[in-house]
Design a protein around this ligand. Structure first.
Ligand SMILES: Nc1nc2c(c(=O)[nH]1)N[C@H]1C(S)=C(S)[C@@H](COP(=O)(O)OP(=O)(O)OC[C@H]3O[C@@H](n4cnc5c(=O)[nH]c(N)nc54)[C@H](O)[C@@H]3O)O[C@H]1N2
Ligand SMILES: Nc1nc2c(c(=O)[nH]1)N[C@H]1C(S)=C(S)[C@@H](COP(=O)(O)OP(=O)(O)OC[C@H]3O[C@@H](n4cnc5c(=O)[nH]c(N)nc54)[C@H](O)[C@@H]3O)O[C@H]1N2
Ligand SMILES: [Mo]
Length: 781
């Protein structure tokens, strides 16, 4: 896993170094980093011009994160990591037939993820040739015919898996789900299953809609903003603006994160010259709490206990209520059971599991009650645990006690990841589709839609492992690397009769393939998308349910690349003919796809007309209007119990105690499995990724020294499989007992069976590990 043979065309890297970083987030450092990327880019000027149009009317939607911008603001909005994302996509380097003639697939497999993507854009369709172990060019029509033949050969449509990564536009996603349902399955594993699935499930049960309730403007009216398990300085840099503005006007920003992430501590705005000249920076936060991994639910329950205690004291003294009794009486369901559960949770359990002193939890509760309006934001630190659904429901419970849903400046804000992951779900990329969607499709297209649930990501891997699924099609993403239990996922993909990857860049999923394999090169967000009726715009939905258009600005590198909708139409027409629609006619003009979306997806009527409004349009959110689309018709308090212990049964059964509990996270130089460079500026790491951050006292306690190399072993059985080699120990400011490492390097350690209750999300933020002395220099034995 860790040592790769070096081929020419090396991606640039500095030599490994580690020195804690003391500057602010953003500011000169960010600009310098962007400048470096531009100087290193062969498309520099063009990219700058393209970037200036990012997220502006007429420009393209940033392929970085799903954070939304204020629709009114005319400001140029971009951030360091958005710039990197654009630059990475808009490279001039190409991975063409000549490239594949040069390298066998086995040779490419020896390369790092960084090297693979650095080679450039995929420019022509390729098919795997087992005799030469190389990819060779294939005609588009022949590729479509091959897919159709394999799909039509299956004895059941449920033997095919249709994966989606969250960059697909609404138009591509809609077309994809229509094709797959017409073909006959709901097998839609997607990146969301590994990401915010728990948010969708929890919010659906609690408030009747699986999305956040706030919009951009709410951030200007909040008295307090809580940021749970999120690192916006790296992953949502544009979110630092509203956080910083909030602090400036005296609101509180409360961070809950075991790591003192730079972006959450101090921030300098790269577009504010005065602050940069004086090198001043403002604290982004007013309080920082550092819980145990997975300890957030205990902390929230502790906060609820304090709030309840103060409510009772206020009642006894005849003082103003702490609860919002009006909200609870008018909208809430199950508050008595919930408060009984709060009373029944012992303080000691809360203290142990949260890893926090009661005085800290009390302070957090005071900050929560001090302001009238509170927004709660969260991301992967909350969603990638076994009890994530219950934790998010505890966020909702606490918010409801004080009426903090559906009021200006208050609400729930799961901060989404991929730029259109929320839109893809809205368009029907859902293995458990709501009945209303299926019925709408059936009415409009007149074919019997499959009604049984399909596979999510983890179930799809099991199905491919067991031989129940035989064809895998990936609309974007990097399935082989993003998923857990890397060795088993690789076996799952190899078991397939055919794997198809619709991609912009070369990655490991092209190299770990089925008996037959296709690479279909597609246009990205930055590329001009020219169809029969002219250039086309696509649409996306951000974290605040705002839908807007995205227009590519750059001429594609090759005429052989096709848009995602065109590729899907090609596959669909070859497989199903003109059923249930004329696919090629549809993609000639995406307005036609949007008309179908308007006919079948709630909230999209008059789609094409509404899209012409500058800034796009707001889809609305029932919970934000205090309408509750739950079975009870009200907002449900959920009386979940704290888990007895966070350690999985299977780990406890092993009889071994973990050395440390490890989370896997993103560096500053990566976009998921796309590695832009080997540095992690804010954490002080340069030129390396195979590192394990741990507390110095723990390193010594375990008999090692900082800087030493170790093997990391997952406590789950099969120790030879769930092991990574030669990771350097870095002494870091991290709570005792915890460790952190980069995703995807440590994905081999994450067991496929360790998943969230109700969400099926791999528990990437809670892995029980032990450390062993590295067996040699880190090479795979
Ligand atoms: N530049 C860049 N932008 C991105 C991405 C990227 O890779 N690069 N990825 C995109 C995607 S798909 C997503 S989903 C988002 C991800 O955005 P984040 O959720 O910010 O991503 P992670 O790096 O996984 O960070 C999780 C944070 O949670 C903290 N954490 C871990 N475990 C716990 C816990 O148990 N409790 C608490 N309170 N905190 C915890 C970690 O210390 C870390 O700061 O970003 C999106 N934007
Ligand atoms: N251990 C661990 N594992 C995790 C996570 C974690 O925190 N820890 N996070 C999880 C999360 S939150 C997510 S969202 C998943 C991400 O899982 P994925 O979405 O599957 O992975 P990405 O790395 O975003 O996919 C990158 C590839 O997408 C392709 N691509 C890029 N842009 C486009 C485009 O416009 N169109 C098409 N067709 N292809 C494109 C490129 O070929 C690129 O190589 O990983 C999950 N895995
Ligand atoms: Mo994500």
């Amino acid at each position: 896993m860790t040592s790769y043979q070096n081929l020419p065309d090396n991606a640039p890297a500095s030599s490994p170094r580690y020195q804690p970083y003391h500057g602010p987030a953003g500011g000169w450092g960010a600009l310098r980093s962007v400048a470096k990327a531009w100087v290193g880019s062969d498309n520099a000027l063009k990219n700058i011009r393209a970037l200036l149009k990012t997220n502006q009317n007429g420009g393209f939607d940033c392929p970085g994160c799903a954070w939304g911008d204020s629709p009114e603001s005319g400001m140029v909005k971009f951030c360091e990591n958005g710039a990197k994302a654009v630059n990475w996509e808009a490279t001039k380097r190409r991975v063409d037939a000549a490239f594949f003639a040069r390298y066998s697939v086995s040779a490419l497999r020896q390369q790092s993820d960084y090297w693979l993507e650095y080679q450039g854009r995929l420019t022509e369709p390729m098919v795997y040739d087992p005799a030469s172990d190389r990819y060779q060019p294939i005609d588009w029509n022949a590729a479509f015919a091959l897919i159709a033949r394999e799909l039509n050969k299956l004895t059941s449509p449920d033997q095919a898996e249709f994966y989606t990564s969250g960059r697909a536009s609404n138009e591509a996603a809609y077309l994809y789900q229509l094709f797959v349902r017409a073909y006959g399955t709901n097998n839609f594993p997607d990146c969301s299953n590994m990401c915010h699935e728990a948010s969708g499930v929890a919010l659906g049960q609690s408030v009747g809609v699986g999305k956040g309730t706030v919009t951009f403007d709410d951030f200007e009216h909040a008295d307090a903003i809580f940021v749970w398990g999120q690192n916006p300085g790296t992953n949502h840099p544009r979110m630092l603006d509203p956080l910083r503005d909030a602090v400036k006007r005296g609101a509180q920003v409360v961070c809950v994160n075991p790591l003192k992430e730079r972006g959450l501590e101090r921030f300098q705005h790269p577009q504010n010259p005065l602050e940069m000249l004086t090198n001043s920076d403002r604290p982004t936060n007013t309080a920082f709490f550092r819980p145990a991994l997975g300890g957030d639910m205990a902390m929230l329950r502790g906060m609820a206990k304090f709030v309840l205690q103060w409510e009772r004291e206020a009642q006894a003294k005849g003082e103003p209520a702490v609860f919002d009794h009006g909200f609870i009486a008018e909208h809430g369901q199950g508050v008595d059971e919930y408060l009984a559960a709060v009373d029944a949770t012992p303080w000691q359990h809360i203290e142990e599991q949260s890893g926090l002193a009661l005085a800290d939890i009390e302070l957090a509760a005071r900050m929560y009650c001090r302001g009238r309006r509170v927004i709660m934001c969260w991301a992967m630190g909350i969603t990638q645990h076994r009890h994530s659904v219950a934790t998010i429901q505890e966020i909702v419970n606490l918010q409801m006690l004080r009426g903090n849903i559906g009021a200006p400046g208050a609400g729930l804000c799961p901060v989404r990841g991929h730029s259109n992951v929320q839109g893809d779900r809205t368009m029907g990329i859902n293995e458990r589709p709501p009945l209303a969607l299926l019925e709408a499709i059936e009415r409009r297209f007149d074919f019997p839609v499959p009604r049984h649930n399909g596979h999510n990501t983890v179930e799809a891997i099991h199905a491919m492992l067991d031989g129940r699924a035989k064809v895998f099609i990936g609309l974007g993403g990097n399935f082989a690397q993003a998923t857990p239990d890397t060795e088993r996922t690789a076996q799952a993909l190899r078991n397939c009769a055919l794997t198809v990857q619709i991609s912009t860049k070369l990655n490991r999923s092209h190299l770990i393939h089925g008996q037959q394999a296709l690479i279909l090169p597609c246009l990205g967000r930055t590329d001009i998308d020219l169809q029969a009726e002219g250039p086309q715009a696509v649409t996306v939905e951000d974290s605040f349910s705002m839908v807007h258009a995205s227009n590519g600005q750059l001429k594609p590198l090759s005429t052989q690349m096709r848009s995602e909708p065109a590729v899907i139409a090609g596959i669909a027409a070859a497989t199903l003919g003109k059923q249930p629609v004329d696919w090629h006619w549809l993609v000639a003009d995406y307005d036609r796809i949007r008309d179908l979306i308007g006919d079948t997806i709630a909230g999209f009527s008059d789609f094409n007309q509404r899209l012409r409004q500058p800034g796009g349009f707001y889809l609305g959110n029932s919970a934000a209007n205090r309408e509750w689309k739950t079975a009870s018709g009200r907002a449900n308090f959920k009386a979940n119990l704290l888990p007895d212990t966070l350690l999985d049964e299977r780990v406890r059964a092993s009889g071994q105690l973990p050395d440390l509990i490890m989370q896997s996270m993103r560096s500053h130089d990566q976009y998921n499995t796309t590695i832009y460079g080997l540095d992690d500026r804010y954490r002080g790491v340069r030129g390396q990724r195979d590192v394990l951050f741990a507390n110095e006292a723990d390193i010594i306690r375990l008999g090692f020294q900082p800087g030493q190399k170790v093997d990391i072993v997952s406590l789950w059985g099969d120790e030879h499989v769930r092991r990574v080699h030669g990771f350097t120990l870095l002494a870091f400011d991290i709570p005792a007992g915890q460790a952190a490492a980069y995703y995807p390097e440590v994905n081999p350690l994450i067991p496929l069976e360790s998943i969230g209750e109700g969400s099926h999300t791999p528990t990437s933020k809670f892995v029980a590990i032990k450390l062993e002395r590295a067996r040699d220099d880190g090479r795979i034995l």
